[in-house]
Design a protein. Structure first.
Length: 94
């Protein structure tokens, strides 16, 4: 599996080049917040592999001194159940 990170998030491909995991993000140019809008995996890929890719994305965000705003259910649940990443959470506007 080959993972790449670009302005649209993290994409993992198998050896044939087929996308098997996608963690979609976006960021406004003037904001330190990266919005996680979707997390998707090919049906043959385990939730565990998606979790590992998600952690990889969070570590990249942490290394860049950014914050995250999880909007998709997978990202929201992951952040809720892993308090060790709570320092990366952006505060939602009231």
């Amino acid at each position: 599996m080959i993972s790449t990170w670009d302005a649209h998030g993290l994409t993992a491909r198998n050896s044939a080049g087929k996308i098997i995991i996608s963690i979609g993000t976006y960021q406004l140019k003037t904001s330190p917040v990266i919005v996680i809008e979707h997390c998707w995996r090919e049906s043959a890929i385990s939730d565990d592999r998606l979790t590992k890719s998600f952690i990889q994305a969070l570590e990249k965000i942490k290394d860049e001194n950014k914050l995250v705003l999880p909007l998709c259910p997978f990202a929201e649940e992951f952040m809720r159940s892993h308090p060790e990443y709570s320092m990366l959470l952006a505060k939602k506007a009231e």
